[in-house]
Design a protein. Structure first.
Length: 118
């Protein structure tokens, strides 16, 4: 069973930065897209960023220019660099793997909390 483990969340002031990591238990990166989703209190889970197996990226409009998704297939790890953070970025961030470009997720992480507050 593939496991995805997120890390790097925490409390940061507005305008600050965080880098999230997602480590996979098996070498699945060469096969699947990787994505970061987030869910704020009282809201639905939304796709924040995706990186395909070929390295193409796409972002939600709300994070374009501030967030960067990347992957290191040799380390079975995906990353989400978050800059210029805003209070509205506060959410639990989930890592996902699968054919996400066709809205299918095979594996989810348990999530890591990001809180942006002064």
């Amino acid at each position: 069973q593939v496991q995805l483990v997120e890390s790097g969340g925490g409390l940061v002031q507005p305008g600050g930065s965080l880098r999230l990591s997602c480590a996979a238990s098996e070498s699945i990166f060469s096969i699947w897209d990787m994505g970061w989703y987030r869910q704020a209190p009282g809201k639905q889970r939304e796709l924040v960023a995706i990186i395909t197996s070929g390295g193409s990226t796409n972002y939600a409009d709300s994070v374009k220019g501030r967030f960067t998704i990347s992957r290191d297939n040799a380390k079975n790890t995906a990353y989400l660099q978050m800059n210029s953070l805003k209070p509205e970025d506060t959410a639990v961030y989930y890592c996902a793997a699968g054919p996400i470009t066709v809205n299918v997720v095979h594996y989810w992480g348990k999530g890591t909390l990001v809180t942006v507050s002064s």
